[in-house]
Design a protein around this ligand. Structure first.
Ligand SMILES: Nc1nc2c(c(=O)[nH]1)N[C@H]1C(S)=C(S)[C@@H](COP(=O)(O)OP(=O)(O)OC[C@H]3O[C@@H](n4cnc5c(=O)[nH]c(N)nc54)[C@H](O)[C@@H]3O)O[C@H]1N2
Ligand SMILES: Nc1nc2c(c(=O)[nH]1)N[C@H]1C(S)=C(S)[C@@H](COP(=O)(O)OP(=O)(O)OC[C@H]3O[C@@H](n4cnc5c(=O)[nH]c(N)nc54)[C@H](O)[C@@H]3O)O[C@H]1N2
Ligand SMILES: [Mo]
Length: 775
């Protein structure tokens, strides 16, 4: 393909025919077409398995299978008929494999056998489960302290796997639980817990049917939570407002056609999903929220003077909140100039947004990575909450907070105790039930784990799923840190780069996916997950496992645990013979899960109570809290500014329509008009010319930071794109080498993946072929 052919505009609506075509294509091209279609029809049904895609929930009354293009891709991808078996590893050395793209690696198919790295030949060789478990036990037992091991979790792990894993790791003696959540919704958890006493969303599915306005902030549901488009569209149809805040005009938010409304598809009509679309600067959302609050305050004062009904919900504020006075003082002290400059919105736009907010009696605020992957993400989340508190928009039907989670069980994993800073009640509860001294010292998050491995303080790295080497920031540096380890272990379904960045010893432990039948000693097992609305339900795999050598995640954890700890503190093998035994342990220790096995019998599962949704505030002060944060001065890091480096652009790193995090299903990004290529940077045409380039030029992206390290990715195609001036975008994970390890959110340690100061340089002429291009 020539460069021109990679870029075409996409005029159709989101979902609709394009999505259907794409799903059909991916089904028909898959090597297991019929089996996959059958599998897909079983997703989200009572007897089927939970979609391994995103964490969006369903209405419990609605028995319909929800149709979503990207869920279909996730199922197809897992049910691949190709195999990465011992013969594959005999053909390819690790150094050979490391030269392949991420797309190629996962495309090779499912891992089938436990494999051990042999450094003398640079090949993975087949091993047995017993040998693998005793190698792990030997390494763990030889450490000077349990805190020299890191136990990573990716958010697809079921509740049963996560609970067992945390029990094993704590019985071993550490709280080193870096997890994908550290890179994801950490700010939502921290900000919400401080302000309202719970870290989870306060709404359920039905609230979307009752809201007068739904704000969608820093989120691209058309790609990442496609099933969310339906309630958004229904909201618009019944006259509610959907207000989007996003620097990019995301197709899924602009217009949407639902595949299950055939008439509409025939006419190729589509209705607008959003009724207002504001395009702030990257990192400008706190300023937007502050601007809305400032308008509300102005109108509140005017109403008071004129004897009109108040704008604020004073009954709610008096009964349920603290700190209004201090908050209003910082709102007064924040200048309009500062708000306008940082938000990137005009005063007129801010006023319009404020009017839309004020007119709605019931408002839901949804947000995702555009909010959480910034340095000031916690105060931004808290400013969203401040606004909601002003008008009593938490804990009433049709209103509330909805941090839309990513991985299908990332929320459940935290509930089960995957937490490097565990609450005391959890540790007490484990100690009481299992009678061992639990470690109290807080452990490492993702960034701290990388630093510990870099400095050789940590020597063993074990990953329950995910792709740590690619999902994390500062890639070359992180890879070096992993290579420092004595042992790296990955429990995975498919080959990825984390398997190729090995410690001195390294293991690949292949596991069942969620689509597969999980047969244990006492029968076929189901596993549970918690969705973004705190609904917990059980699901059963339907497909024959890809290989007879695969084990389930709970079985693998039990194997590692019994090799390392014997039958302490539980009989691991007996427990995993029937997962209802794991659920009994959860019922004994985690609040809300009493009678767990019983409750699962209810079709659709059960809802974990959310105290804030009932206006019960489990904060240290017993009420919800207004947080009076000052708007940050400059958003670019002080160190960069001190060095006098002026960034050409601010870069956000995001997902294409054809990927699931580091898993690339393909190289297209249909809605953004990019085909067959991922090394692209979207830049406003005015910026391209200002910087002395032409659209279609090849550039290197150089990241600006103050530690003297060089961070660069090469040969990116410059694409002229409708993005605000100064605000660029490119895909993750290719751009992770640009994210400095030390550039993370205050309190969250979440890498600032949506705010990287960069310079553009002309790419060297001798190497102009982008690394991800295919013909
Ligand atoms: N198909 C598919 N589904 C997925 C995933 C996937 O990779 N593929 N990943 C899953 C996971 S783990 C997660 S966390 C979620 C991620 O879901 P999203 O958060 O939707 O993912 P991103 O692609 O990172 O998109 C960020 C969006 O925020 C906008 N944005 C970026 N910076 C800012 C900002 O400063 N302010 C505002 N207002 N907007 C901004 C971007 O333009 C983009 O539209 O999706 C989950 N679901
Ligand atoms: N620059 C930048 N970096 C980011 C982000 C960003 O927006 N920008 N987003 C961040 C976010 S929100 C997240 S959540 C992280 C994601 O980080 P991770 O969760 O670590 O990454 P994934 O790409 O989701 O993991 C994919 C791998 O999981 C394995 N896998 C798939 N299914 C299963 C299963 O059922 N069981 C097991 N054991 N393994 C399985 C497969 O081998 C696959 O290769 O990345 C973060 N990194
Ligand atoms: Mo995520």
């Amino acid at each position: 393909m020539s460069d021109n052919e990679h870029i075409k505009s996409y005029d159709g609506p989101a979902a609709g025919w394009g999505a259907l075509k794409s799903v059909t294509k991916s089904w028909l091209e898959s090597d297991n077409a019929v089996r996959n279609i059958r599998a897909m029809l079983k997703t989200n049904q009572d007897t089927g398995f939970d979609c391994p895609g995103c964490a969006w929930g369903e209405s419990p009354e609605d028995g319909l299978v929800k149709f979503c293009e990207n869920g279909a891709k996730a199922v197809n991808w897992e049910a691949s008929g190709r195999s990465v078996d011992p013969a594959f590893f005999a053909r390819h050395s690790v150094s050979d494999l490391a030269r392949q793209t991420d797309y190629w690696l996962e495309y090779q198919g499912r891992l089938t056998h436990p494999m051990r790295y042999d450094a003398s030949t640079d090949h993975y060789v087949e091993t047995t489960w017993d040998e693998a478990f005793s190698l792990i036990a030997r390494h763990l037992q030889s450490l000077d302290s349990p805190n020299q091991a890191e136990f990573y979790t990716s958010g697809r792990a079921s509740n049963e796997a996560a609970f067992l894993y945390q029990l094993f790791v704590r019985a071993f003696g550490t709280n080193n639980f870096p997890d994908c959540s550290n890179m994801c919704h950490e700010a939502s958890g921290i900000g919400m817990t401080d302000s309202i006493g719970t870290g989870k969303g306060t709404v359920v599915f039905e609230d979307f049917e009752k809201a007068d306005a739904i704000f969608v902030i820093g989120q691209n549901p058309g790609t990442n939570h496609p099933r969310m488009l339906e309630p958004l569209r229904e909201a618009v149809q019944r006259g509610a407002q959907v207000v989007c805040l996003n620097p990019l005009k995301e197709r899924g938010l602009e217009r949407f056609q639902h595949p299950q409304h055939p008439l509409e598809m025939l006419s190729s009509g589509s209705e607008p999903t959003s009724t207002a679309y504001f395009r702030p600067a990257l990192g400008g959302d706190m300023a937007v929220m502050r601007g809305i609050a400032k308008f509300l305050l102005t109108w509140e004062r005017e109403a008071k003077e004129q004897g009109q009904p108040p704008v604020f919900d004073h009954d709610f504020i008096n009964e349920h909140t603290s700190g209004l006075g201090d908050y209003l003082s910082v709102v007064d002290a924040t200048s309009w100039e500062h708000i306008v400059e940082q938000s990137g919105l005009s005063i007129d736009d801010l006023e319009l947004a404020a009017q839309m907010y004020r007119r709605a009696e019931r408002v839901i605020m949804c947000w995702a990575m555009g909010i959480t992957q910034h340095r000031h993400s916690v105060p931004t989340v808290q400013e969203i909450i401040n606004l909601q508190l002003l008008r009593g928009n938490i804990g009433k039907p049709g209103a509330g907070l909805s941090p839309v989670r990513g991985h299908s069980n990332v929320q459940g994993d935290r509930t089960m105790g995957i937490d490097e800073q565990p609450p005391e009640w959890l540790l007490d509860s484990l100690e009481q039930r299992f009678r061992f001294k639990v470690p109290r010292l807080h452990g490492h998050n993702t960034v701290l784990a990388i630093k510990a491995m870099e400095e050789k303080r940590s020597k063993v790295f074990i990953a329950l799923g995910g792709n740590f080497a690619q999902a994390t920031p500062d890639s070359p540096r992180t890879h070096e840190a992993l290579r420092n380890c004595d042992l790296t272990v990955n429990i995975s379904t498919k080959l990825n780069r984390s398997h190729l960045v090995t410690g001195r010893d390294s293991l690949i432990l292949p596991c069942l996916g969620r689509t597969e039948i999980d047969m244990q000693k006492e029968g076929a097992q189901g596993v549970t997950v918690e969705d973004t609305f705190s609904m917990v339900h059980i699901s059963y795999g339907q497909l024959k496992p890809r290989s007879p050598h695969l084990r389930s995640e709970p079985a693998i954890i039990a194997g590692m645990a019994s090799a390392t700890l014997g039958n302490h503190p539980i009989d691991w093998e007996h427990t995993v013979a029937d997962y209802s035994r794991i659920r009994d342990l959860i019922a004994d220790t985690i609040p809300g899960f009493e009678h767990f096995n019983e409750k699962l019998k209810h079709p659709g599962g059960f809802h974990l109570a959310n105290p804030a949704a009932q206006r019960l505030w489990q904060t240290d002060i017993g009420t919800a809290r207004f947080t009076p944060s000052v708007l940050p001065g400059a958003l670019v890091n002080e160190g960069v500014l001190k060095r006098g480096d002026k960034p050409d652009l601010i870069l956000q790193t995001m997902r294409s329509h054809d990927q699931y995090n580091t898993t690339l299903y393909g190289l297209d990004d249909r809605y953004r008009g990019v085909f067959g290529l991922r090394d692209v940077i979207f830049v406003n045409e005015e910026d391209i010319r200002r910087l002395g380039f032409e659209p279609g030029d090849k550039v290197d992206l150089v990241s600006l930071w103050d530690d003297g390290r060089k961070r660069r990715v090469s040969n990116f195609l410059l694409v002229a794109y409708d993005t605000p001036v100064g605000q660029a975008a490119a895909y993750y994970p290719e751009t992770n080498p640009l994210v400095p390890l030390d550039s993370y959110g205050d309190r969250t340690f979440t890498p600032t993946s949506k705010f990287i100061a960069i310079r553009l340089e002309r790419a060297a002429p001798d190497n102009l072929i982008p690394t991800s291009a295919v013909d």
